[in-house]
Design a protein. Structure first.
Length: 171
């Protein structure tokens, strides 16, 4: 009987927890809760400008049943990059992993603060120095989104704006 239960457990026809005399496991959690939906304001097909000039386009899609926001950036200068953005329920933080055609990798983590999604991370420069990175995504009342990317190479004493983009939905 035990061998039959183990064989059935291996096929998925009989839960292992029941074979061991334990209560059935809780159903798997999905990504439909409010923490997982906090960055949905960024979903869409966007024109992106900086100081009124075209910077590029960005398509943000939901994948893996809404658990990942997948960014598809196309810069006006011919550059491109992609990021994967997700809420990690074990840390309670949003994460972004970005890589572009130049091989630049950015890993960030953070969360929603007063309506703005803020993430921070560090990169190492070609000479080994550490640069702090921070991004802020703010939804505006008119439906646009502001992305502000800043960097500090002095431990956060001063910050330089690398990108200040305004996202406007494509018509």
């Amino acid at each position: 009987m035990r061998l039959t239960m183990l064989l059935l457990a291996g096929t998925g026809l009989f839960p292992i927890q029941q074979a061991a005399g334990q209560a059935p496991a809780r159903p798997a959690q999905d990504c439909s809760g409010p923490d997982h939906r906090a960055f949905d304001f960024w979903l869409g097909d966007w024109n992106v400008t900086t100081n009124g000039a075209q910077a590029g386009t960005n398509l943000i899609t939901a994948t893996q049943q809404g658990c990942i926001l997948h960014e598809h950036w196309r810069g006006a200068d011919g550059s491109s990059g992609e990021s994967f953005n997700f809420f990690d329920r074990t840390t309670g933080q949003w994460n972004q992993l970005w890589i572009d055609t130049r091989g630049f990798v950015l890993r960030l983590a953070g969360g929603l603060e007063e309506g703005t999604l803020r993430m921070r991370g560090e990169t190492r420069g070609p000479r080994g120095g550490i640069a702090q990175q921070r991004l802020a995504f703010t939804p505006n009342p008119d439906g646009t989104v502001r992305q502000l990317w800043e960097m500090s190479s002095d431990g956060g004493a001063t910050w330089t704006v690398l990108f200040d983009g305004l996202y406007t939905r494509q018509q």
